[in-house]
Design a protein around this ligand. Structure first.
Ligand code: UFG
Length: 381
C-alpha cells in the first residue's frame, strides 16, 4: 500500500502519538496541537497519568465543540495490543507516528530484560506491522544518546560510532534504530526519523504538565526537584572524581519544550517543508507542494543544546530557581555512568531548521514551577 503523504497542511494531518501521556510525549502533544495538527494518543498509562491528557487539552485551548474534541483522542492501550491498534487505525486517518511508548529506566532494565525487550522491541514491531497494513510508513522514533555509549569524542556528532549499550534499555534503543532503518532499506516508502535525545528536563511554562516519576526518581533533576519540594532529604552526587571541571558528571540538559519542538521539525522534514529552501510556516506546503509528496529516507538527529553542565551546575541552577539552598552529599560513582557527554547540534540546525532556545536556568525555573505547584505530580497529596 502506498505510504501516506505528509505534504499537506498540519490542519489536515493526524499524528498517532504513542506514549503521549508521558513526560516528553505530553509536551510534544501540546506543540503538535499548537501547530494545528490533530492527534491520537495511545498510552497504557503504565508509567503515566490520564490527567496529563486533560492538561494537554487545557494548555492547547481545546474546547468542548465536537470539532475541537476530535483533535485530541485518547486510547488507553498497549502498543503490544494488536487488535486495539487495528481498531485505532481503522477509526482514524493517521498520517504519521511519533513513537515514545516504551520502558525507560536503565537500572530496572538490567533486572527485567524480558520486559524491556518485549515492550520496547516487540511493541514497536507490532506497531509498525499494523501501521504498514494501513499504509502509514512515516515514523519519528524516540532514540537516545545512550546509543553512543562511552562516546568516542565530544561534542558528539551523528557520525560518532554507536557503541555497545551497557544495559537492556540502551540495547532496545540501538536495536530499534537498526530495525527502523532496515524497514526503509526493505521498502523505501518508509520515512524514518531517529531522534537521539540528550537529557530532557524542565516542564511546560504553564506548570500544568511535567515529569512525574513513579517511586524514587532515577534521574538527577526529578531527584533535585523532590529535594527542593521537601519530599526527599538530600541529593546524592554520584562521584566527584571524574575528569571534568568540577569532578562531577557532565551532561547536555535540554528543555523538554525544545525537545518537543524538535519532533514537529522532524515532521516538517519528512513532509519536505524544511531543508529544501521552501518556506516553513503552517501553510507552506499548501503554497508550495513538495515534488514527491514526502521526503523518503532515514534521518538521524541529535537533539541537545551543545552545552555541557555538571551535576553541581544543575543543583546550583535549581537553587536559584527555588530560592533556597539544597543539601547534597558526594556519593560513589554510579555503575555504568560516563564522565561527560554533550551534543553537536549542527545537523539538526542545518537540516531540520531546529535549535534549542532555553538555557539551564530556564529549565530549572520551569521544572520548579511544575514541581512546586504539583508536589506529588498528577496525584493529589
Ligand atoms: N546523578 C547524580 N545523582 C542522582 C542522579 C544522577 O549525581 O541522583 C548524576 C549522574 O551520575 C549523571 C547525571 O547526574 O552524571 C545525570 O544523570 P541522569 O540519571 O539524570 O541521566 P543519565 O545521563 O544517566 O541518563 C540519561 C537518560 C537515559 C539515557 C542516558 C544515556 O535518562 O535514558 O542519559 O544517554 F540512557
Amino acid at each position: 500500500m502506498t505510504n501516506k503523504s505528509l505534504a499537506k497542511a498540519p490542519a489536515d494531518t493526524c499524528i498517532l502519538v504513542t506514549g503521549g501521556a508521558g513526560f516528553i510525549g505530553s509536551h510534544t502533544c501540546v506543540e503538535l496541537l499548537e501547530r494545528g495538527y490533530s492527534i491520537v494518543i495511545v498510552d497504557d498509562l503504565s508509567n503515566s497519568n490520564a490527567k496529563a491528557i486533560d492538561r494537554i487539552r487545557e494548555i492547547a485551548g481545546i474546547g468542548p465543540s465536537a470539532e475541537d474534541q476530535a483533535r485530541v483522542v485518547f486510547y488507553e492501550a498497549s502498543i503490544l495490543d494488536e487488535p486495539a491498534l487495528e481498531r485505532i487505525f481503522e477509526s482514524h486517518d493517521i498520517d504519521a507516528i511519533i513513537h515514545f511508548a516504551g520502558l525507560k529506566a536503565v537500572g530496572e532494565s538490567v533486572a527485567k530484560p524480558l520486559e524491556y525487550y518485549w515492550n520496547n522491541v516487540a511493541g514497536t514491531l507490532v506497531l509498525c506491522r499494523v501501521a504498514r497494513a494501513y499504509g502509514v510508513k512515516n515514523i519519528v522514533f524516540s532514540s537516545s544518546a545512550t546509543v553512543y555509549g562511552e562516546p568516542a569524542f565530544v561534542p558528539i556528532t551523528e557520525e560518532c560510532p554507536k557503541r555497545e549499550a551497557t544495559n537492556p534499555y540502551g540495547q532496545t534503543k540501538s536495536m530499534l534504530e537498526r530495525i527502523l532503518t532496515d524497514l526503509h532499506i526493505g521498502d523505501p516508502e518508509w520515512n524514518v526519523v531517529l531522534l537521539r535525545y540528550f537529557n530532557p528536563i524542565g516542564a511546560h511554562e504553564s506548570g500544568l504538565i511535567g515529569e512525574d516519576p513513579k517511586g524514587l526518581p532515577n534521574n538527577l533533576v526529578p531527584y533535585v526537584a523532590q529535594v527542593a519540594v521537601g519530599r526527599l532529604a538530600s541529593v546524592g552526587v554520584f562521584g566527584d572524581d571524574y575528569p571534568t571541571p568540577d569532578g562531577t558528571g557532565v551532561r547536555d540538559y535540554i528543555h523538554v519544550v525544545d525537545l518537543a519542538r524538535g519532533h514537529v521539525a522532524a515532521l516538517d522534514w519528512m513532509g519536505g517543508r524544511v531543508g529544501t529552501g521552501a518556506p516553513s510556516g503552517p501553510d507552506a506546503i499548501a503554497a508550495e507542494p513538495a515534488p514527491c509528496g514526502s521526503r523518503r529516507g532515514v534521518g538521524v538527529f541529535n537533539l541537545g543544546t551543545g552545552t555541557g553542565s555538571s551535576v553541581l551546575d544543575v543543583i546550583h541552577s535549581y537553587e536559584r530557581a527555588c530560592g533556597k539552598e539544597l543539601p547534597y552529599e558526594i556519593k560513589p560513582r554510579r555503575a555504568g555512568d560516563i564522565a561527560e557527554n554533550y551534543a553537536a547540534c549542527d545537523k539538526a540546525r542545518e537540516e531540520l531548521g531546529w535549535v534549542a532556545e532555553y538555557d539551564l536556568d530556564r529549565m530549572c525555573a520551569d521544572s520548579w514551577r511544575w514541581q512546586s505547584t504539583n508536589p506529588y505530580g498528577y496525584e493529589e497529596a
